[in-house]
Design a binder for this molecule. Structure first.
Ligand SMILES: Cc1cc2nc3c(=O)[nH]c(=O)nc-3n(C[C@H](O)[C@H](O)[C@H](O)COP(=O)(O)OP(=O)(O)OC[C@H]3O[C@@H](n4cnc5c(N)ncnc54)[C@H](O)[C@@H]3O)c2cc1C
Length: 292
């Protein structure tokens, strides 16, 4: 497996921003993944994994780390009875497609979540009242000490959170699905996607929800809309006119533009609602939001 140097990460994020990874590798097997992690441990280099980069902001100057993208067997999908076994780099879309072809339901809620199974574990991805907790049986986690299987309980998944530590890579997952007519699956997915299209900027470059919903009667999107932030622009980044908890790359955006918009949004939400919004999007590299 080759370790490349200074690979641009903008093409690995859905927003399309960010600088290079100091080192980059695309392991295709558990052995290659262990080898890459040992290589990083030998240099004392931090490790980060990118899935589809669909909830990720990478610093414009890049990141001083070994960045991994799982491929080959680590992105493959198999069906075993009513269990779907997928590499951590397998996309939700491919999992859903394979499940439907095998007349297995359970993943429909993930049809509008454009990530990988591993990114889904890290984020406990969810939509329409369901999340990874509802389908995940267990996961194989690899770190510098090797591979181990962890149970759902050990991962302690909660709202957009898991107990995965830095340098821990989700190499594979097992999802418990259930028999379902493929036409019913197709109909539900179509309906969920139409719902999304009506309320979110699905045809723009974004990174999904910017902030987690706070414990408040208003969600983050409604709060930011009330702060009149829809359409607010900094550089090439704009708060989506369709849904205020999304930031769009309107052309030539940088991560710094998106971060400046986030800082402004937090400042206004704090001033108006006395709420400190917590970012849902994950940061790669030395990105920080100014204190309120
Ligand atoms: C249009 C749009 C709609 C979205 N809708 C939703 C939604 O409804 N619900 C929702 O929950 N999210 C949503 N998202 C956000 C995003 O798709 C999810 O958070 C998704 O699970 C992220 O997966 P990813 O593979 O892209 O992870 P990335 O964005 O690449 O990474 C996210 C985090 O996971 C870590 N990670 C990635 N892969 C691994 C791995 N194999 N092992 C360990 N850590 C890993 C990364 O290091 C990072 O910390 C949306 C995003 C977009 C662009």
């Amino acid at each position: 497996m080759t370790i490349e140097e200074r690979v641009g990460l903008d093409r690995y994020t859905t927003l399309g921003t960010g600088g290079p990874a100091r080192w980059f590798a695309a392991p295709g097997t558990i052995d290659e993944l262990v080898e890459a992690l040992a290589w990083a441990a030998g240099r004392g280099a931090p490790v980060a994994t990118v899935g589809l980069g669909s909830n990720l902001l990478v610093h414009d100057e890049g990141v001083e780390a070994l960045v991994l993208r799982l491929t080959g067997a680590l992105a493959a999908v198999e069906i075993d009875g009513e269990v779907l076994v997928a590499g951590g780099g397998a996309t939700n879309a491919v999992c859903l497609h394979r499940a439907r072809a095998a007349s297995l339901g359970g993943l429909e809620f993930a049809s509008a979540i454009p990530g990988t199974t591993g990114g889904g574990v890290r984020m406990n991805a969810g939509a329409y009242g369901r999340d990874w907790r509802d389908i995940l049986l267990d996961a194989v986690i690899v770190d510098a000490d090797g591979a181990r299987t962890v149970t759902l309980d050990e991962l302690a998944l909660s709202y957009r959170h898991s107990r995965l530590g830095p340098g821990e890579v989700v190499a594979s997952v097992r999802f418990q699905l259930a028999a379902r007519n493929p036409d019913e699956i197709k109909a539900e997915v179509r309906q969920l996607l139409a719902q999304r299209k009506a309320t979110q900027p699905t045809n723009k470059r974004t990174f999904g929800s910017v902030f987690k919903n706070p414990e408040h009667e208003l969600g983050a999107g409604s709060m930011l809309e009330a702060c009149e932030l829809k359409g607010h622009r900094i550089g090439g980044a704009v708060i989506s006119p369709r849904h205020a908890n999304f930031i769009e790359n309107a052309g030539g955006a940088t991560t710094a533009d998106a971060v400046a918009l986030m800082a402004e949004a937090r400042r206004r939400a704090f001033a108006r609602f006395d709420v400190s919004l917590e970012h849902e999007v994950r940061f790669l590299g030395p990105i920080e939001l100014p204190p309120l």
